[in-house]
Design a protein around this ligand. Structure first.
Ligand code: SF4
Length: 246
């Protein structure tokens, strides 16, 4: 695959369902592929043959475009979704930073939204972030807890990532479940606190049946512990799922 092409899963208009910008209208570019294997991931791992593109914002009328796509092809589809109607353009995945060469070519072509480019990332690829940092406006960065992902910790990667990302408008999102031990929460808090005072969003893991995988008491206990060392700690679930949004 050429450097300047990338596989996408979908391009569509919807509301942001997670984090402090919940409810803001965005154009979503969902990139295929990820460097992690989180236990709770609901994104298919296969690279799809086609990217589905919503022809009019909110219509859910899709056309299928063969993968991979060029930056110009994607920019043209974004333009047809009327960026001016939208708060921002969300680069999501998968992990969009796996496609930095593509992003470097694409982002200058997709202006016109009200608040620019919103990067949603797992926060583990700092070298990739450094290449596109000047082109993004808001960064929604994950800190991955091993008790939830069932993977090895990514503390050094997260630490370096947040050090770079703090130059932008940034918040951290942390998916939690009933089994998060205090030590993992404390490590994540240290990473945030040692770098800057960045808002932390605690997001309850969503079970396949749509229920949160954590009790209300545990959620409040995690927030209380985090509030002892951070200024802004919010509990925000995945709202788009119960609204039937993409
Ligand atoms: S980082 Fe996101 S897309 Fe990648 S495996 Fe984890 S949940 Fe899935």
């Amino acid at each position: 695959m050429g450097d300047r092409q990338a596989p996408l899963v979908e391009i569509f208009s919807s509301i942001q369902g997670e984090g402090p910008l919940v409810g803001c209208r965005q154009i979503f570019l969902r990139f295929a592929g990820c460097n992690l294997h989180c236990h709770y991931c609901d994104t298919p791992r296969e690279i799809p043959d086609c990217c589905r593109w919503e022809k009019k914002p909110g219509s859910r009328d899709f056309q299928y475009l063969p993968n991979p796509l060029t930056p110009r092809e994607v920019a043209r589809r974004v333009q047809e979704l009327n960026p001016a109607l939208h708060h921002s353009i969300s680069l999501t995945g998968g992990e969009p930073l796996l496609h930095t060469d593509f992003l470097l070519a694409l982002i200058p072509l997709i202006g016109g939204s009200r608040q620019g480019i919103y990067l949603e990332t797992n926060g583990t690829l700092p070298e990739m972030l450094s290449r596109v940092l000047t082109l993004v406006d808001t960064i929604a960065m994950d800190i991955k807890l091993p008790a939830v992902t069932r993977m090895a910790p990514c503390w050094p990667e997260h630490r370096e990532f947040i050090r770079l990302a703090r130059k932008k408008n940034i918040f951290v999102k942390m998916v939690v479940n009933e089994h998060v031990p205090p030590g993992e929460l404390d490590e994540a808090i240290s990473i945030i606190r040692n770098t800057a005072d960045i808002p932390l969003v605690i997001q309850p893991v969503t079970l396949p049946e749509g229920q949160p995988g954590i009790t209300p008491e545990k959620l409040l206990a995690l927030q209380e512990r985090a509030l002892q060392r951070l200024k802004d700690v919010r509990i925000i679930p995945q709202t788009h799922k119960f609204l039937g949004q993409l």
